[in-house]
Write a protein that binds this ligand. Structure first.
Ligand SMILES: Nc1ncnc2c1ncn2[C@@H]1O[C@H](COP(=O)(O)OP(=O)(O)OP(=O)(O)O)[C@@H](O)[C@H]1O
Length: 330
């Protein structure tokens, strides 16, 4: 794959552009309150968020429904107005250098809204026209090639598979050569195989030089793809750090054991494992995935003379992670 050159060819001139910024996106005290109506109370969707996305990052914004992810990225894309705070994209302030800020970002929305009667080539040319990219500077075939769609350039979009359509959406967001690409829930409702394909493409785009910001509900997605993860919950960023570091400090697995005996307290030999006793006959052990104590645990259960009726292990899900993080914060 060829290296993506992030020139300003498409963007208008900006005399006050700062020297190459270190941050691809930088957000300070960004807040959003959706105004209420007669039927709806006002909603604080984003609470003075500070966030820095380094250039070249593959950055995951992770959070449950309603956390404020779309609000944040839509503000960056200029689709939602902010209530307070400031944001810069590639060094351009979204209020002062609006045109340059918009030219520096490409957004792939969640919905597949592609006109089925155009070919991928025509769609990209149209989009380039909308962004004012002069014909001589268009990279239509190069972008289609980057997303594995070169051989579909002249096919009707209605004949493309779901996966190809999603990649076409990414291609559309790339026509003006933005240094920052935002993907809103790229794999929501997408099957495993397709998800893997998209991950590969997104990684390749990132390796070729594009800074990627993606929102997701899936911890696994952020884990597999992103080098940095920010967790947003109820309008607040509650964690932001390198993926490995974040996962390391989270208790990541849970083993739940149902025993025949009725217990009034945790048996002595099991105490070092710090289980929670639930309902008198269920012991819940939480441990870090990379420090699996299961063999020692089973040995201790044996020594405690317990009769195991059921045993389940579970990955900690996002909800648990939010709980853990918010507990640690308070
Ligand atoms: N136009 C709006 N008017 C009023 N409230 C809104 C509006 N848009 C979003 N909200 C509310 O703001 C909060 C944040 O919504 P947002 O869409 O940013 O969350 P999200 O993290 O993207 O969720 P999802 O994963 O479901 O897309 C939610 O409580 C939502 O109901």
């Amino acid at each position: 794959m060829s290296n993506v050159q992030h020139s300003d060819a498409v963007a208008p001139s900006a005399p006050d552009r700062v020297a190459l910024p270190e941050a691809a996106v930088s957000v300070e005290g960004l807040g959003k309150v959706y105004r209420g109506s007669k039927r709806m109370p006002e909603k604080v969707a984003l609470k003075d968020v500070d966030l820095t996305i380094p250039r070249g990052a593959l950055f995951g914004l992770l959070g449950p429904n309603g956390a404020g992810k779309s609000t944040l990225i839509n503000m960056l894309a200029g689709l939602v107005t902010k209530t307070r705070g400031r944001a810069e994209i590639w060094g351009y302030d979204i209020d002062r250098d609006t045109r340059m800020a918009r030219a520096s970002i490409g957004v792939v929305p969640q919905e597949l809204n592609i006109d089925p009667f155009f070919t991928p080539y025509e769609l990209l040319e149209l989009q380039a026209g909308l962004y004012g990219v002069p014909p001589a500077e268009r990279r239509t075939m190069e972008i289609l090639g980057m997303l594995g769609l070169a051989d579909k350039a002249k096919a009707y979009t209605r004949t493309l598979s779901g996966g190809m359509r999603r990649r076409l959406m990414v291609a559309k967001a790339m026509v003006h050569n933005p240094p920052v690409l935002v993907l809103d829930e790229p794999t929501a409702g997408v099957d495993i195989e397709l998800r893997q394909q998209l991950w590969t493409q997104v990684k390749a785009l990132n390796e070729a030089g594009t800074t990627v910001l993606l929102t997701t509900h899936y911890l696994e997605e952020a884990e597999q793809l992103c080098d940095t993860i920010a967790i947003i919950n109820d309008g607040e960023v509650i964690a932001c750090e390198a993926t490995g570091k974040l996962l390391q400090r989270l208790d990541h697995k849970e083993l739940s054991l149902t025993v025949e005996e009725s217990l009034s307290q945790v048996p002595e030999v099991l105490r070092p494992f710090g289980p929670e006793l639930a309902g008198g006959n269920r012991l819940i052990f939480r441990y870090r995935a990379n420090e699996s104590p299961v063999a020692d645990l089973l040995d201790a259960i044996n020594r405690a003379n317990l009769t195991v009726l059921d045993l389940r292990t579970e990955e900690t899900d996002l909800e648990d992670i939010f709980l853990q993080l918010t507990r640690k914060k308070s």
